[in-house]
Ligand binder design. Sequence first.
Ligand code: KG4
Ligand code: ZN
Length: 335
Amino acid sequence: MLVLGIESSCDETGIALYDTEYGLLAHELYSQVELHALYGGVVPELASRDHIRRLIPLIQATLKKADRQQSDIDGIAYTAGPGLIGALLTGASVARSLAFALNIPAVGVHHMEGHLLAPMLEEQQPEFPFICLLVSGGHSMIIRVDGIGRYKLLGDTLDDAAGEAFDKTAKLLDLGYPGGPRVSNLALQGTTDRYKFPRPMVDRPGLDMSFSGLKTFTLNTWQKAVKENDATEQTKADICRAFELAVADTLAIKCKRALEQEGLNRLVVSGGVSANREIREKLQALMKKRRGEVFFPRLEFCTDNGAMIAYAGAQRLLASEEQGLDFAATPRWSL
Ligand code: KG4
Ligand code: ZN
């Protein structure tokens, strides 16, 4: 079965063709980063308009890359939520209309299920059950995964998502947008022992997380440096390093706790923040020490993409899930 995947929940238009027999055939991504950079964050109306411009040409380009025709497609998967309502509706309406025209099924996919299953696109796939750390711009969750659609939420953030904390920290330090990669790049020049940031909520039982305090810690540390005439690039880099280490340590402590609690030794890490080098290294070290396994998506599939939606949708379609002609986008939707 050949499935077309369409992702348009935020500022990335992602298209992919996934074959349930041969795997991923082709994928294309158009990032609106430059469009929104001027405003320091995503402007929803501009995002929707740009998705409208990009969707059809990207679908055509992906078909061409895979050397396939529209008529070869057996099913369509699109992100139905959560995300920006206008952006979601552009993808949903293109998906539903194309499915109607081709007389094939279409299925709305949960964006976070897409992220969660992204490591399945790699050659080495994790076996069920596993613990998944899902860290993106909008979510930070620890989930027990027993199979496709069998998800148990073990821990969540009580305030900011991990990616949101990276983005807000970048804004406070005037590093621009998108924040995560900028903080991470500057952290490479930072020293490890100048600042020590707290590891939020690690001394409390349970798997919930909280990242908003780290952002406040960044603000206070930076303001103190400004007052002391030490507002240099090196200070910024040192703050980024301390911030990144605090997030990575906190996530590693929570993952270890989740694995112990559930009696599992297999960890999957996905979502935009899983592209972070420090976090990948910390979690790799944790699983090496535990003699367990850890799985990440390749870097380009950590952040939003069409391939993960095509894969998740293909699993739903294989299970004969199909929805009627009416469609809805769900901007807020729990997994
Ligand atoms: O999964 P994603 O592309 O979109 C959402 O579903 O939210 O994640 C985007 C988030 C942003 O907050 C971005 O700053 C963060 O992932 N991110 C990173 C890195 N690359 C992206 N955070 C830390 N380090 C990175 N290298
Ligand atoms: Zn995402």
